[in-house]
Design a protein around this ligand. Structure first.
Ligand code: UDP
Length: 476
């Protein structure tokens, strides 16, 4: 009994929007499996909606060291949404510090174990205060890559050097590595996420990002979903100058495959479940390997109608077999009349797809993506060249990395998808020499990612350090 009481109790604070909570849960599940039997328990805090979608999967019972607790979504009773951007995020964030504190107290009472470590989505800068009150280590988890992390870490410096107080128009082609050492010289100021130099710098979201960037160096450890070899010079710079305990532990999608075969989760639907039959459809594709296009813009983004139409027309004009994951609510009004009927033989339009498995299927040869960080890593793990249409946040930096830094994809010209542009890009990637070259590079990166996760690889080493932090409380 004595032994039981002293078991580490890790409080996990999840950001319940887009794919953040799913990524964090993947890490926690891996930690739970790696921790020697019954040495730690995990309390996972997210909103009711987010927990319901994450923990509904059958695999969750295998992880009885992880217990989900609901926190408030911050939406007052009877509240009518105005349709403002990020309104739900704003309401949640306002209530979050108190909401998490209350739920954590309840979990400590419920389990009879005091909390010994806080692992929080990096967005929650206030997790530092919570951990300090409890006198326990604080691990920040960054769901994206090192370049966007660096952008937030360097926000004060960038604003000071560029004399920016409230955003500025006309910035663009300056190189980011003039300000952020270690960054590739292909990255440009205009690639930065909103909230660093442009966009509404006074929004709650921008303030959150700023406070987050300032807090990184004080965390006991910062874990991220990447592998060091993907961006070695920046990772080394960040580790030697700012965050010695920066731990790249990914790619999580490959980590997850090692753990559970194909079953993993994302907010909204169980990943890996193939209710629309995409995988058998791919198995039945007779043409050459790497001939199918997979199109997806992640869990949040829906492109404007003009671009949806352009994609549909490009698919019809090129005849390229396709799987297109697109939210069902835009099928009726967002696509050309009769598109579904005319392309029934050519491809599949689905509301949600088992993306990780699709990208790893040999029939898939091109990935049209919004350049979300998880999508980038999943494209690499599948060895599939990408066609990049970034929208917001870290996506422009990720798109630049895919296209110009790594050379494993094309970026759409003019910033928006057009029929002609997409037909050309699909042709280059699926049939051209350029596509062949990209496929070689991306497959080499896939090998590197696998090596990072091998027993002696960099991500495995970092993961073991993270395990040490959460089980012993000692810094890595
Ligand atoms: N995803 C999926 N099926 C879909 C669309 C997306 O499984 O039909 C998953 C995808 O595999 C990825 C996540 O949703 O893991 C999207 O994460 P990403 O960081 O790429 O973009 P975000 O949704 O955060 O914008």
């Amino acid at each position: 009994q004595q032994q039981q009481e002293r078991r580490p109790h890790v409080a996990v604070l999840a950001f319940p929007f887009s794919s953040h909570a799913a990524s964090l849960l993947t890490v926690i599940r891996h930690l739970a499996s790696a921790a020697p039997a019954s040495t730690a328990v995990f309390s996972f805090f997210s909103t009711h909606k987010s927990n319901r979608s994450l923990f509904s999967s059958s695999s969750s019972s295998a992880f009885n060291m992880i217990k989900a607790y609901d926190v408030t979504d911050g939406v007052p009773e009877g509240y009518v949404f105005h349709g403002k951007p990020q309104e739900d995020i704003g309401l949640f964030m306002r209530a979050a510090p108190e909401g998490f504190r209350k739920a954590m107290e309840a979990a400590a009472v419920d389990s009879g174990k005091r909390i010994t470590c806080v692992v929080a989505d990096a967005f929650f800068w206030f997790a530092e205060e919570i951990a300090a009150e409890l006198r326990v280590p604080w691990v920040a988890f960054w769901t994206s890559g090192p370049s966007s992390l660096a952008a937030h870490l360097y926000t004060d410096l960038l604003r000071n050097k560029l004399h920016i107080t409230d955003g500025i128009a006309g910035l663009g082609d300056e190189r980011l590595n003039d300000f952020i050492p270690g960054m590739s010289n292909k990255m440009r100021l205009k690639d930065l996420p909103e909230g660093v130099l442009f966009g509404n710098l006074e929004s709650p979201f921008s303030h959150m990002l700023l406070r987050m960037g300032r807090s990184f160096p004080r965390a006991t450890a910062v874990a991220l979903n990447s592998f060091e070899e993907l961006d070695l010079s920046l990772t080394q710079h960040l580790k030697s100058h700012h965050i010695p305990t920066l731990l790249s532990i990914g790619p999580l999608n490959l980590l997850h495959l090692q753990l559970h075969g194909t079953h993993n989760l994302v907010a909204g639907a169980p990943r890996g479940s193939d209710e629309y039959g995409c995988l058998p459809w791919l198995d039945n594709q007779k043409p050459a390997p790497a001939s199918v296009a997979y199109i997806s813009f992640g869990s949040v983004t829906v492109p404007p109608r003009s671009e949806l139409v352009a994609i549909a027309e490009a698919l019809e004009a090129s005849g390229v077999p396709f799987i297109w994951s697109l939210k069902e609510e835009v099928w009726d009004h967002g696509l050309p009349d009769g598109f579904l009927g005319r392309t029934r033989e050519q491809g599949m339009l689905v509301p949600w797809a088992p993306q990780v498995d699709i990208l790893s299927h040999g029939a898939v040869g091109a990935f049209v993506t919004h350049c979300g960080w998880s999508s980038l890593l999943e494209g690499i793990a599948g060895g599939v060249p990408m066609i990049c249409r970034p929208f917001f946040g870290d996506q422009r930096l990720n798109g630049r990395m895919i296209g110009d830094v790594l050379g494993i994809g094309l970026t759409v010209e003019g910033g928006a998808i057009t029929k002609e542009g997409l037909v050309r890009s699909l042709g280059m990637i699926l049939n051209g020499d350029e596509g062949k070259r990209m496929r070689e590079i991306v497959r080499h990166l896939r090998l590197q990612a696998g090596k990072a996760l091998s027993p002696t690889g960099s991500s495995t080493g970092n993961f073991n350090k993270l395990l040490q932090v959460i089980t012993t409380g000692a810094p890595p």
